[in-house]
Design a protein around this ligand. Structure first.
Ligand SMILES: C[S@@+](CC[C@H](N)C(=O)[O-])C[C@H]1O[C@@H](n2cnc3c(N)ncnc32)[C@H](O)[C@@H]1O
Length: 135
């Protein structure tokens, strides 16, 4: 695989040096599209939200801002994404409002009906079997 292709493929599961570089630009690179998505969320009062395939963790932070009473769980299967999302949301984690977990959306062990809001930005096209993952 050429270097460019290898770099672009890091969007699926950031790993190694190229994954770090990709994650470095992901939060800002995806902000416009994510904010468009956020603008379509209904005016609810969320108490427990989850962001799936959280990448660098920017959208978890946006959820914390948009829903000041919510606790956000951010999940990703990439070690690097988890590390970056934790660093990006360090203050909220310390404050007890955010948790970043490693996990594959196709095999999550979360209790049923435990979230009132679930988001996923620029990630569902990587998921193996949408019906299972959405469930
Ligand atoms: C293109 S990035 C988007 C990250 C973030 N949502 C954003 O909008 O900036 C896709 C992310 O989804 C994660 N991902 C892909 N498939 C996944 C799966 N099956 N389970 C958990 N995370 C997954 C990748 O590791 C990567 O961090």
């Amino acid at each position: 695989m050429g270097l460019f292709k290898e770099f672009v493929s890091q969007t699926r599961k950031p790993e190694g040096f190229l994954g770090k570089v990709m994650l470095g630009g992901m939060n800002s690179g995806h902000a416009a599209m994510a904010d468009w998505g956020f603008s379509h969320l209904p005016p609810i009062v969320s108490e427990k939200a989850v962001d799936l395939g959280c990448g660098g963790g920017r959208n978890a932070r946006e959820l914390l801002k948009k829903y000041p009473k919510t606790h956000v769980t951010a999940i990703d299967y990439s070690d690097l994404s988890v590390e970056k999302a934790r660093a990006f949301n360090r203050a909220a984690i310390t404050a007890g409002r955010c948790e970043v977990r490693q996990g594959d959306v196709s095999d999550l062990h979360l209790p049923d009906s435990s979230f009132d809001l679930a988001t996923a930005f620029e990630t569902v096209y990587f998921w193996p079997g949408l019906e299972k993952c959405f469930a």
